[in-house]
Design a protein. Structure first.
Length: 162
């Protein structure tokens, strides 16, 4: 391989077992890391920000060893990065690969930005949001107070800048 080709590539150590989250919208990888508190865990973690992507122009990527996401967790990731791809790795090989889709609803993941919502006062009331899209616009409707918020408002309120 010529030197000019090598200059364009960044080599990152492969993970034996775990998950690669690819095609994350730029800036969202840090929010996924915060949401799942990956920095407080002992797993090998590789993160790339604003990498070149043929499809997206720019993308983020996360590689985390020894983690397999549940369907509920992939729904959480989809709210932050609806166009991401999950690659499950076993023995250094991709054994499962799928694109994420926004869920129709999420429960107990995000707090409601409405300070008067019962979910902010009651310990047992977990915020539940219906999720709808219009083009690229994602809206989240609290099932308790029935307020509708842009996804960015809910993410910002929950400390996850979008």
């Amino acid at each position: 391989m010529s030197d000019s080709l090598n200059k364009d590539k960044l080599l990152v150590e492969a993970i034996a077992n775990g998950t690669v989250i690819d095609h994350i919208a730029p800036g969202q990888a840090i929010n996924i890391i915060r949401m799942f508190k990956f920095l407080s865990k002992n797993n090998q973690l590789t993160v790339g920000f604003n990498l070149r992507s043929g499809d997206l122009g720019k993308k983020d990527i996360i590689k985390i060893s020894e983690v397999v996401f549940s369907p509920a967790q992939t729904e959480q990731i989809a709210v932050l990065a609806p166009n991401a791809t999950i690659n499950q790795i076993k023995d250094f090989k991709v054994v499962d690969k799928y694109k994420l889709r926004l869920p129709h609803e999420t429960t107990g993941v995000f707090k409601c930005p409405n300070s008067n919502c019962i979910t902010n006062d009651e310990e047992d009331a977990r915020a539940r949001f219906g999720i709808t899209t219009e083009g690229d616009k994602v809206q989240m409707k609290c099932r308790y107070c029935e307020r509708v918020f842009d996804r960015q408002v809910v993410l910002k309120y929950n400390g996850l800048e979008s």
